[in-house]
Design a protein around this ligand. Structure first.
Ligand SMILES: [Mn+2]
Length: 401
């Protein structure tokens, strides 16, 4: 199917969504719909049909995805994906003013609103889906869209918005006394090369009624104000030479206790899964090496690889969260039997499924150098290579003696 024939993107995403929505029903808790964009660089692909700019100089395509992640960090799948680029480099000469008064529908950032709408469609009753975005999602229009759709959101904010009492939100929340402290593990930041670390975070939270920004006043369809909760997180004693973690999170949900506030901080930390997803797509699935003739076909392939990527992530994290669950929840019977044989170099396959932890350990043996238990569980890259080897073996084994 790959390489020729037409892809029906809508059909692929619909079928995948149906499967993850079924899994959500089984899970039952809070689901995070994590959105983010990644720029896919095709700077040397000048002849690709539909190629465009992703920044003022770089050619490629921007891919905006929405992942379904459970509150405790299991990646369930992909809820939505769209892509865009510009035929011309960004025009930096246009005045700041004329940029500001445009309707959201005329801007590229409308993708956050459209994704919110598509990703939360057909979610069965009783499942709470919270849309999670980084600072790029800090848009009044997005808060309003979520309110109209009655969809909760959790967004990291940077804008110092005005309350109906004409006070600045960020200053007001900073003034509050500390309402709680938590110790958390901050995941490693592979991009900046900052290792994993423990941090003590101070929590502050309060509800505010924020005003529609002045600049959006001509847009009468936007409500004049909106009620939100702001959660302020600040690292108490950052390590020497490192900036203290300081997050302002804004949510549509009410928060009444520091435990409640911390729950949302935990959800925001899960946003990091989408960064790992982009990493798997680029370094594992090598989507920047695709050589298709058109951007249409490229983005269809990126969608297919995205589904592969979420599957790899699902396997990796499921084994960490529920190590004793049977591996048959992750792999088909043929798969787990063959995996056991090749990993243990035996012809005698097991009769019953073993645990998820064992399964990812075996995939790790296939996918990387032999590991010591102190190395911790295998990561997404090792699992990716392990699964690839397993599927190659499965595909060709009937031709082997
Ligand atoms: Mn982002």
């Amino acid at each position: 199917m790959l390489g020729n024939g037409d892809f029906d993107r809508e059909e692929i995403i619909r079928a995948h969504r149906e499967a993850i929505i079924r899994r959500m029903s089984g899970y039952g808790g809070t689901i995070l719909a994590v959105q983010d964009t990644t720029g896919v660089n095709y700077n040397t692909h000048l002849k690709t049909e539909g190629i465009g700019y992703i920044s003022d100089k770089t050619l490629g395509v921007n891919v905006h995805s929405c992942l379904a992640v459970t509150g405790d960090g299991l990646v369930l799948g992909l809820l939505d994906q769209s892509s865009y680029n510009r035929p011309e480099p960004k025009d930096e000469t246009r005045s700041h003013e004329s940029k500001k008064v445009r309707l959201i529908e005329e801007k590229e950032s409308v993708r956050w609103l459209e994704t919110l709408e598509r990703s939360t469609q057909d979610i069965p009753e009783g499942i709470k889906v919270i849309t999670v975005c980084d600072r790029e999602g800090d848009m009044y229009e997005l808060f309003c869209k979520a309110e109209t759709l009655r969809q909760p959101f959790l967004i990291r904010v940077v804008q110092n918005r005005m309350t109906v009492e004409n006070k600045r939100v960020l200053e007001e929340i900073r003034k509050k006394r500390c309402q709680g402290r938590v110790e958390v593990t901050i995941p490693r930041d592979s991009r900046s090369g900052i290792p994993e670390r423990e941090a003590v975070l101070q929590l502050r939270y309060a509800s505010f009624t924020i005003q529609r920004p002045h600049i959006l006043k001509p847009i009468k369809t936007l409500p004049e104000s909106i009620e939100v909760t702001v959660i302020y997180v600040k690292e108490e004693r950052p390590p020497k030479g490192k900036d203290a973690i300081e997050w302002f999170l804004m949510t549509s949900e009410s928060v009444n206790t520091s435990e409640g506030a911390y729950e949302y901080v935990g959800y925001y930390i899960q946003r990091w899964k989408i960064e790992r997803f982009h990493y798997v797509l680029k370094s594992g699935c090598a989507i920047e090496k695709l050589q298709e003739r058109s951007i249409d076909k490229t983005t269809a392939l990126i969608l297919m690889y995205s589904i592969v990527a979420v599957m790899i992530m699902n396997t990796t994290y499921a084994a960490r969260l529920t190590p004793d669950a049977p591996c048959s929840l992750l792999l088909g019977e043929e798969e787990w039997k063959l995996l056991y044989c090749v990993a243990n170099k035996t012809k005698k396959g097991p009769k019953k499924p073993y645990t998820m932890k064992e399964a990812v350990d075996y995939l790790g043996w296939l996918g990387g150098p032999k590991r010591a238990p102190s190395d911790g569980p295998p990561g997404v890259k090792t699992i990716w290579i392990g699964l690839m080897k397993l599927y190659i073996l499965l595909a060709y084994r009937e031709y082997l003696a």
